[in-house]
Design a protein around this ligand. Structure first.
Ligand code: FES
Length: 86
């Protein structure tokens, strides 16, 4: 799974670095470091809808430090579980 987080200036201003740090922690805590390629990206375009995150090419908007855990559960863990047929 490839996860990209926008680190362009608008998203950065909206807390992208905090979100990136928390996502990295969540990836580490769930022992998914081998399954997830987590990268930072330059501006993805829709700056007014940041923070923008992409999971396997699908975009998610308005990520915030408050909703990042729920996002991780819903879009990352559930997706991996479905993929593994659980
Ligand atoms: S800065 Fe994130 S979409 Fe432009």
């Amino acid at each position: 799974m490839l996860i990209k987080i926008c680190m362009g200036s608008a998203c950065y201003f909206l807390g992208a670095s905090k979100i990136a740090k928390r996502l990295q922690e969540l990836i580490d805590e769930t022992s998914l470091t081998d399954s997830i390629d987590f990268r930072a990206s330059f501006c993805m375009g829709p700056c007014s809808e940041g923070v923008v995150v992409e999971v396997d090419g699908q975009r998610y908007y308005r990520l915030s430090p408050e909703n990042v855990e729920e996002f991780f559960q819903r879009e990352v863990l559930n997706r991996i579980e479905n993929r593994n047929g659980k």
